[in-house]
Design a protein around this ligand. Structure first.
Ligand code: HEC
Ligand code: HEC
Length: 201
């Protein structure tokens, strides 16, 4: 049963990979970038976007990060906050949003260095560039969900879809609505809210 499901999901992803790019190019055939770049260039463009999003996943410290920071919530892609915010988070792990997430000093330094290597100023993911711009010159925050960029993107999502939704509970649980959050992908065309279905905007 589970095996079948896994296989089906696997097959569906392969299909989606094979089909979505050419399809997307056709569907948007009359927007400017398609006219200028043509289908081949759009393919490379998409591939490029993917590799830009996933640099933090290829870092040899990712496994450690995932292990220490991915048990209570998504191991947030570091590009979602500026370095100063990550430093503040790492400096207060014994009182971490009401939880104790304390680590030994060497681990704190190792993970902090990892986060700083891929923070929003360093990452070239699309959302990272936007986040860097939105947080520049503002007081250091500790939450992705408190930034103007995040709030601006989610203001149409109502409390019954989040707080009052037993399958979501909190905006901090990104992966409940963004199925590929663990791949660093938050594309608004891929959003599906548990109990409410696909997000159409
Ligand atoms: C013992 C559980 C636990 C561990 C381990 C943990 N966290 Fe958290 N974290 C939480 C809780 C609880 C919240 C608040 C979630 C909420 O408000 O729904 C949180 C929130 C966060 C947020 C803010 C998310 C937002 O709302 O924007 C960041 C950033 C974060 N954690 C980073 C980390 C990092 C980095 C590590 C590893 C060093 C880590 N966490 C390890 C429990 C944990
Ligand atoms: C309850 C569901 C839900 C949760 C939980 C959620 N999001 Fe979203 N997110 C959305 C929806 C819906 C949109 C699209 C909004 C729109 O533009 O219409 C979106 C859009 C985004 C975008 C913009 C994508 C784009 O293509 O421009 C980013 C980035 C994003 N979310 C990041 C996050 C992060 C990071 C978290 C966790 C800290 C998170 N989201 C948690 C529902 C959610």
């Amino acid at each position: 049963m589970n095996m079948n499901k896994t296989l089906m999901i696997g097959a569906a992803s392969l299909l989606a990979l094979g089909l979505s790019l050419p399809l997307a190019s056709q569907l948007s055939a009359d927007d400017d970038s398609a006219r200028e770049g043509g289908i081949i260039q759009r393919w490379f463009g998409e591939g490029d976007k993917h590799s830009r999003q996933s640099a933090y996943l290829k870092d040899s410290d990712y496994a450690r990060y995932q292990e220490e920071c991915g048990s209570c919530h998504l191991a947030y892609p570091p590009g979602l906050m500026p370095g100063s915010a990550w430093q503040r988070v790492m400096g207060g792990l014994s009182d971490h949003f009401g939880d104790n997430a304390e680590l030994d000093e060497a681990s704190v330094l190792q993970l902090q260095a990892y986060l700083l290597r891929h923070s929003s100023e360093k990452s070239s993911a699309e959302y990272a560039e936007r986040m860097a711009r939105a947080t520049q010159g503002r007081p250091t925050m500790m939450r992705i969900t408190e930034t103007q960029y995040f709030i601006g993107k989610h203001h149409e999502v109502s409390p019954e879809m989040v707080k009052d939704n037993p399958d979501v509970k909190s905006f901090s649980q990104c992966q409940t609505c963004h199925g590929r959050a663990d791949q660093g992908s938050f594309d608004e065309h891929e959003v599906s809210i548990p109990g409410f279905g696909r997000w159409e905007d």
